[in-house]
Design a protein around this ligand. Structure first.
Ligand code: ARG
Length: 461
């Protein structure tokens, strides 16, 4: 009962520094509840195989429940002598039911299959929380999109004015990657739905234990088909790290725009007081720290993924202790997103958009040049020539420091005989926006359709 699950073949105990390196309770203790669930299922499997009497099973289950209560209340926790969560919990169980009964539970299982199972149970639970957080960000984006329907803004490529778009269209463009993140989570949940319990150390369970029964007991759809794969594979943890990193990257891209939009130069949005911070020296400052922390944490989440992949790449089968290094990046990713997602949702949901400024800027920077060319195309001018003519119009405006909409009938006729004052009627941001009416376009009717699509998909995910 010392929290170390081995020792018989060793003449003495481990060196202090060796044990310090080996010890994982400081991070794997968060899996305690899942390990206890595994122990209940395993005890029932031992009973089903005739290795525990009904009384012994009942005694073990009572002991596990008592230990569960002590863990939940904080009465029981890992001791400095416990190597890992499994060892600590065996010590705790033996304290309650005695060494004779408590010592029976370890038969036919290994920490290798336990830990591989626990991380799946953990991810199954935590990914639900992360998905809810992502949904809250999507809800903030769609609420703003709904509220801002009809407001034009400058659409950009290369960060340069490109074509006018609806603010709602732009905001929804950030919702779609997040919806795909939710789909990724749903996909991953399907792959996580196989229990490695019963893989034992690597070769499979002995003693007539039934992995399928344990899997069902733990709420998995089934058990793994290959015990070596069950204990040694970590592609699923890497996939989880990827999904967390991708969510981070998606939040970071939104955040970068909020940071730009809230500058004096852009002046697109004002941050709510509750979701911004001040400066200790500059009294006027209102800083977009939520967005900056999102951008910063994305780097950290990417690091978690790449670190984990680097750990995995050279590992021979089956279990290697390197695999213990998969926990912290995953836990960190979950912890960071649990903090970050509600803050980003709060930031986005409370942004005040400056509609007049957005609308005023939308047609500026020659963003209607494509519409000028398209107008010529409708007049049967080949697009290549239309492009040239529109380009010349831009050049003239640039030289004079005016916008395309400032051109007079005389200017237009001078640029090309194919141009006349009628073109000015299509040179408005709302006109340009309404013209993009194909599926996926920024026309108001399409954006309203999109809003409905987002809501419908979000409700299913
Ligand atoms: N703590 C280990 C991990 O996180 C599981 C225990 C396996 N230990 C062992 N010596 N085989 O992967």
């Amino acid at each position: 009962g010392q929290g170390r699950l081995w020792g018989g073949r060793f003449a003495g105990g481990p060196a202090e520094a060796m044990f310090e390196l080996s010890r994982s309770t400081q991070f794997d203790w968060r899996l305690a509840r899942h390990d206890l669930a595994g122990s209940r299922a395993h005890a029932r499997a031992l009973h089903a195989a005739g290795l525990l009497t009904a009384d012994e099973l009942a005694g073990l289950l009572r002991g596990i429940d008592e230990l569960d209560a002590r863990v939940a209340s904080g009465e029981f926790g890992p001791a400095p002598t416990d190597e890992d969560v499994h060892g600590a919990l065996e010590r705790g169980l033996i304290e309650i039911v005695g060494a004779e009964l408590g010592g029976r539970l370890r038969a036919g299982r290994s920490r290798n299959d336990q830990i591989a199972t626990l991380i799946r149970l953990y991810l199954r639970e935590e990914l639900t929380v992360i998905a809810d957080g992502v949904l809250a960000v999507i809800a903030a984006l769609t609420a703003q999109a709904q509220d801002l329907l009809g407001v034009p803004m400058p659409g950009r490529t290369h960060l340069q004015h490109a074509q006018p778009v609806l603010v709602s269209h732009h905001l929804l463009a950030h919702a779609w990657p997040l919806l795909r993140d939710l789909q990724r989570i749903a996909d991953l949940r399907g792959r996580l739905d196989e229990s490695p319990y019963g893989s034992a150390a690597l070769a499979g369970t002995s003693l007539g234990l039934d992995p399928e029964a344990v899997a069902a007991d733990l709420g998995f759809a089934g058990s793994v088909a290959n015990s070596i794969d069950g204990t040694a594979a970590r592609d699923l943890t890497a996939e989880a790290a990827y999904v967390l990193a991708q969510i981070g990257v998606d939040l970071s891209r939104i955040s970068e725009e909020v940071i730009l939009w809230s500058t004096h130069e852009f002046g697109f949005v004002t941050l709510d007081d509750a979701w911004s911070t001040g400066s200790s020296i500059m009294p006027q400052k209102k800083n977009p720290d939520v967005a900056e922390l999102a951008r910063g944490k994305a780097g950290r989440l990417i690091g978690n993924l790449t670190g984990l992949l680097a750990t995995l790449k050279g590992l021979p089968l089956a279990y290697n202790r390197d695999l213990q290094e998969d926990k912290e990046p995953i836990f960190d990713g979950i912890d960071q997103l649990r903090i970050l997602l509600p803050a980003v949702a709060g930031l986005l949901g409370t942004l005040t958009f400056h509609r007049d400024r957005l609308a005023a800027l939308a047609p500026q920077g020659f963003s209607l040049a494509t519409d000028l060319a398209d107008w010529l195309v409708r007049r049967r001018v080949p697009f290549a020539r239309a492009h040239e003519i529109a380009g010349e119009a831009v050049r003239l405006c640039e030289a004079r420091g005016i916008e395309l909409t400032d051109l007079t009938a005389t200017d237009l006729a001078e640029i090309s005989p194919e141009l006349d004052a009628e073109v000015l009627e299509v040179l408005t941001a709302p006109g340009a926006i309404a013209a993009r009416s194909g599926r996926g376009g920024t026309a108001p009717a399409r954006v309203e359709e999109q809003l409905a699509e987002v809501a419908e998909l979000a409700a299913r995910l």
